[in-house]
Design a protein around this ligand. Structure first.
Ligand SMILES: Cc1cc2nc3c(=O)[nH]c(=O)nc-3n(C[C@H](O)[C@H](O)[C@H](O)COP(=O)(O)O)c2cc1C
Length: 186
């Protein structure tokens, strides 16, 4: 039995909706449990949950062209794990929401992949074609990201966005990370 943990910050709730999607997906994979850790309030039990995981999905809003400040505080605090390479070979993934179609989300995902690489983790690409190549389901990966899940808040409250297709994309990514974690960690 392995676990997938979504380590997230969400200031206003949009990112949390992707988090819930990914948890639903990961927990639907037989032999995998899924949990969340809010990195803005992480405690010793939260760190231990991450240390025990087979996969960690990092999720943060894009603020001012990058990860949010609470997420950066968590990333900096993870130096205590980095020094022991405690997350080596865990599967890693990334998800982010910004307001604009670009909004510099790529910068955020690049940072998350960099963080995962510093920890010697195994990065999980999104594993699905851009929506415009998916005739049956153009709403899946509609923003056409390869590195991880991108979503656009479109100036609406978290009750209205991200749209259902983005949440479904996050769910499928949760499935992918869980299956990869299971392959590596059993
Ligand atoms: C401090 C701050 C900075 C932001 N910077 C950006 C930005 O650089 N690009 C963008 O498209 N949206 C930006 N936004 C909008 C957020 O990315 C967007 O509202 C997102 O859905 C917030 O996610 P959350 O509800 O999980 O906090 C910013 C919002 C805040 C509060």
């Amino acid at each position: 039995m392995t676990s997938v943990v979504v380590a997230y910050h969400s200031g206003y709730g949009h990112t949390k909706r992707l988090v819930d999607g990914a948890v639903a997906g990961a927990s639907s994979v037989a032999g995998v449990t899924a949990r969340t850790v809010d990195v803005s309030t992480i405690d010793d039990a939260g760190w231990e949950t991450l240390n025990q995981a087979g996969g960690i999905i990092f999720a943060t809003p894009t603020y001012m062209g990058g990860i949010s400040a609470p997420f950066k505080a968590f990333a900096d605090a993870s130096a205590k794990v980095w020094i022991t390479q405690g997350w080596k070979d865990k599967v890693a993934g990334g998800m982010t929401v910004s307001n604009s179609p670009s909004g510099e989300k790529q910068v955020t995902l690049q940072y998350l992949a960099t963080l995962a690489s510093q920890h010697s983790m195994v990065w999980a690409s999104i594993g699905m074609m851009p929506g415009k190549y998916n005739e049956a389901h153009p709403e899946l990966n509609r923003l056409g990201s390869a590195m991880g899940v991108m979503s656009e808040a479109e100036n609406a409250p978290p009750e209205e966005t991200p749209p259902a297709g983005d949440i479904e994309t996050a769910r499928l990514y949760g499935v992918r990370v869980a299956e990869l974690a299971k392959k590596i960690h059993g």
